[in-house]
Design a protein around this ligand. Structure first.
Ligand SMILES: *Cc1c(COP(=O)(O)O)cnc(C)c1O
Length: 477
């Protein structure tokens, strides 16, 4: 366990991987990374991905289903993440032309890629077609565009149909078409020879296992109808949204929300300007994650099913492979963001502030805040005298509301310019999904642990030949 030098005024203690503890217990190494690459620096060690993958595979194997994982690459832009996913025998889900191109250039097999971009440029469609990558088509217009681009290709166009699940318990979605709409589109007899429907794809908001069970059953229903039209789909891809948990303590998580709710208006002991963090925060603590969650999906017997079959039995009976596209939950434990303290000061009304060499897009998802306590790494020689007020973390954008995190933090052993602050477990979305280079500030450099001969080890120790290297995404032209 690390000695805590920083915690929220209502603590939300991050679960740390052994490699993170090793690094954060080595202030010299942390300093070197910041000096070499600037602040902040995105640090990755992809070894935990293997464990995350195994948890899902074991759950699937226990049900005897045919199962495959496609890593959702939009969750982290490094090439290291792709390499690790390939080492773990996963496919890759790509969301743009550049993502696809980079995967193909990296040597990912076309059969191991699916294109799920929400809107697909002609160039993306063309590259997918010429390389034989399955396209998850969103709608009729997109299907017609792809067919035009396929033109005189000898092979039929390989697609998955993106299904908008229409069950009453699932909110309306902009993505895909309903089963009825797809049956109508595919009813065009012209399409039978020109389109090969390889599978059905959906991706749902939220993290409900039950919702995935309903989606799978609806997909199997569509597959039955497509079979009568002469198509032979092989898989159902249930997309991502597989839960993970950033903090172990449910007590802390629930305690934080209770305290926040009861706080008097204007009280800033917990959050900036007593922000209630009302809308759309990721559930940073979840009970059922990955394997156990998948088991719940597979054992479910949705009411909408035609029989008493569980989801696993229905898949097996239909001889359909189940696929998923986890992003965040595969990257659990694979990254942290390290930044340098620039100054400590007081707001005009006296509230203490700690400024970092970092902006708020560098540790953010689409969620209102990243609800995890950072880890403070004291510099061997701080540049100023340490102060130990509880403070808010402010960043580099010239905006009054430029808070790196919206919670208030305590520094029992003090904090000063030159100390380092590590944001744990940021590899899934937190580093890249909304990062911007506004103000002409450069994007953070991405480094990864190259284990050398130690690559297979899971201990997180820096074995022979291991070193921190710049990820190849920084070398693209
Ligand atoms: C974003 C996305 C994913 C990954 O979702 P996670 O929540 O990171 O697991 C998978 N599939 C599609 C189509 C997506 O848009």
């Amino acid at each position: 366990m690390m000695r805590q030098k920083m915690n929220g005024t209502a603590p939300l203690t991050a679960r740390l991987e052994p490699w993170m503890e090793d690094l954060l217990n080595d202030p010299q190494q942390c300093r070197e990374l910041i000096e070499t690459h600037g602040s902040p620096v995105n640090i990755h060690d992809f070894r935990p991905m293997g464990r995350n993958v195994s948890e899902l595979r074991s759950a699937a194997a226990a049900h005897g289903i045919d199962f495959q994982i496609y890593f959702a690459r939009k969750a982290n832009k490094t090439m290291g993440a792709i390499d690790q996913a390939v080492r773990e025998n996963c496919g890759i889900d790509v969301a743009s032309l550049n993502e696809l191109r980079q995967c193909l250039e990296r040597g990912v097999a076309a059969e191991s890629i699916i294109v799920t971009a929400a809107v697909k440029s002609p160039a993306l469609l063309k590259l997918a077609i010429t390389s034989g990558v399955i396209i998850s088509v969103d709608n009729d217009d997109e299907l017609r565009d792809a067919l035009e681009l396929a033109g005189a290709e000898e092979q039929p166009l390989k697609v998955a149909l993106r299904l908008a699940v229409t069950h009453s318990s699932i909110p309306a979605t902009r993505f895909g078409l309903s089963a009825d709409q797809w049956v109508e589109v595919m009813g065009d007899s012209d399409l039978k020879s020109r389109v090969q429907v390889a599978g059905i794809h959906f991706h749902l908001n939220g993290y409900q296992a039950q919702a995935r069970a309903i989606g799978i059953v609806e997909s199997l229903g569509l597959i039955e109808q497509l079979r009568t039209l002469g198509h032979a789909p092989r898989f159902v891809d249930m997309g991502g949204g597989i839960p993970m948990s950033y903090l172990d303590s449910r007590k802390q998580w629930e305690g934080f929300w209770t305290t926040l709710k009861d706080l008097p208006e204007g009280d800033e002991t917990l959050t900036w300007k007593s922000d209630r963090l009302g809308t759309g925060v990721y559930p940073y603590h979840q009970e059922l994650i990955r394997g156990e969650w998948l088991d719940q999906v597979l054992t479910a017997v949705p009411e909408s099913a035609q029989s008493e079959h569980s989801v696993a039995q229905a898949l097996t009976a239909a001889q359909i492979q189940l696929r998923c596209e986890p992003g965040r939950s595969l990257l659990d434990g694979c990254g942290l963001t390290l930044a340098e303290v620039a100054f400590a000061k007081r707001r005009s009304d006296g509230v203490p502030l700690v400024g970092l060499h970092m902006n708020r897009t560098q540790c953010r998802s689409t969620s209102a805040d990243f609800l995890l306590d950072p880890v403070l790494v004291h510099a061997t020689n701080p540049r100023r005298e340490r102060s130990n007020d509880s403070a808010f973390l402010v960043g580099a954008y010239c905006i009054e509301e430029e808070l790196l995190l919206r919670r208030r933090f305590e520094f029992p052993a003090g904090v000063a310019a030159g100390d380092l602050v590590a944001f744990p477990n940021t590899a899934g979305y937190l580093m890249h999904i909304v990062e911007s280079a506004s103000h002409q500030l450069p994007l953070a450099v991405n480094v990864l642990w190259d284990g050398g001969s130690d690559r297979k080890g899971d201990s997180g120790s820096s074995g022979d030949g291991g070193r921190w290297v710049v990820d190849d995404i920084e070398k693209r032209s």
